[in-house]
Structure formats: C-alpha cells, structure tokens
Write a new protein. Sequence first.
Length: 370
Amino acid sequence: MRIDRIDIIRVLNPFSHPFETSFTKFENRDALLVKVYSEGLIGWAECKAFFGPYYNPEDNGTVLHVLKDIIIPRVLHTDIESPKAFMDSVKFIKGNRLAKAAIENALWEILLQQTGKSLKTLLGGTQDEIKVGVSLGMEKDITTLLKQIEKYLALGYHRTKIKIKPGKDYDVIKAIRKEYPDITLTVDANSAYTLKDIELFKRMDEFHLEYIEQPLGESDIVDHAALQQAIETPICLDESIDSYDAALAAIKLKSCRVINIKSSRVGGLYEAKRIHDLCVEHHIPVWCGGMTELGIGRVQNISFASLPGFSQLAHDVAASERYFADDITIPKVDITPRCTIVVPSEENGIVYAVDEKAVDAMAVNHWIFK
C-alpha cells in the first residue's frame, strides 16, 4: 500500500439524548475521521478519542498532534505491507494507541478493497450476527432511567448496562431490580471507586449482576484482583486492558472473569485480535465494547465482534439511532427483529459506504497532507 495522501476531518454530531458517565456528560460526538488515499483506493477510519482526556490519557488534541507531527510524516509517500507492518513501524511511539489505531483501521479498509474480502474474513470471524446490548448513561432521577430501560427492553436488547458512580449506585440498582428482577443487568463504574468501597461491592452480590465493569483505577490490575477475590459477582476489566501484556497480567493475577475489548483502546484490530485469542485460550469471556462511535467505527466493531470468542455475551454495538439522529454511513447501522446486527460478509453482500455528504455537513475542520 503506497500512502499518497491522508486527510483528517473533525466532525461534530449531536447526541439524540445526552450520555452521562462517572467522568463527564456528552452532548456531541466530537470525533476525528481519517481518510487514507492509496493507489486509487480510499480507506476511512474513525479515531475513538474524545474531546478531553477523561476516559484515557488521549484526546482529540493529542491525537491530532501525534498524527500530523509524527505518524503522517513517517508514512506519507511510503509503501506499507500490511496493518501489522504499520504497527511494527510505530512501536517507537510510546502509548498513543488511539492515534495509531486511527491509521491502522484505515489500512484494514484498504486491504479489504485490495483483496475483495470482508473484514470479517480477514480477521477470522465466524459469526453471521452479533448480539446487541444497550449502555445507558446516568439520568436525573430513577423514573427517567426506568423509562429508558423499558424502551430498550421493548426493542429486544439482550443486556442492559447502566453507569454508576458514588452516590448513584446501590439504590439505583436496587430500584431497577425491583422493577426488572430477571433482566441481564450490568453496571459500569469507569474507575470511580477504590478498595475502600469493598463493602459496597459485596452488597451488590445480591443483585446477581452479569458483571461489574471497571470499578477501580483505570490502570489498576492488582487491586481488582483483591476485589474479585472478595466478591461473587464477576469483574469485567475495560480501561485496564490497554494491551496484550495487560490482559495477560490480569488473567495471571485473576483480576477479572470477563474482559471488554475495545480495538482502538489497545492500538488497533491486530492487537485486539491477539487479546481475543489470549482470552479464548484461557476461557475468559469477552465482549466488544463501544465508545459512542459514529458509523465508521461502529461498522468495524461489528466485524471485530464476529470473532469466535465473542459468541457468549452481548456487545456495546447498538444501532446508530441509539445515539444519533444522523450518521455517516449508508446504510445506517440497524438491528434485526432479533436485536442482532448482521455482520458484513462476502456471502450476504452487505456493504457500508461512507456518506461523504453527511461528513461534510458535520465537518468543522479539515487537514490535508499530501
């Protein structure tokens, strides 16, 4: 793949309904899109960073710097053999995995055009459909949250996840369980707690949650092991799993019983597949996490979630309309009557194209490197 030109486009897309977590409240999806030109082909990718360093250390500002000042000058007008070869070439850059993944994801898109194969096939996916779960942000009161849960249960979503933080945890879960005692329910703390809260998590065992996601520090593995030993509910690690080595350490220390793999968080699809394979080898259930992506990133998540280890749990890969009135793919991502999403493949002929008119309408900045 000879890299002829790279564009970075910043877009803003308002959320249909504000999405609040323990660390911030999202009103718009502020995203960087990457467009890589190679020998007449174009590979689109979506950087998963946010407007600030709240979920992890990277944000749109740091990604833009790393791309335009370090990565793009290194790869522009060079030949790159494969996405893996690109990742090997930028190992000298410490961290900055979201920035690296933005280019790596675009190279996968070029590769599937070169080979005529789907991303599912290139990654080794085996599933024709993936199960969809819903992730719900914090609401002003429990009545509003219960109405949101009712809405998505009616649509058939296979798992309900709510965000929690100190002061909005035990009583909220208790109210949900009173109304919906049998639904598959999980909670996500986004690192809002410490081991001092261990008694709270022991009490949560009574709610029979499928798992508690990332209760402790965003880079912690050791304290999670102590917490997992003390409670019956499985812990799912998210932010802590930023690499293959981190996943291996978590498995060895028994820090969790479930792992959420977000491909961009770990540096791209190649590294994410390595983590998937590691978890399968050690019988650790995995699911594909989301970062409120627009359509480009959402579609890649669908193909990634088709890998064999993802068959057990539902994913945060909802329909586009879960978050946005407008999106940037044709067609928009939608769910089936079974509340699944069909994986694009050679067999079913499903293809998603980038809606460039929608991209232009949402664009607020555009940088061209050629």
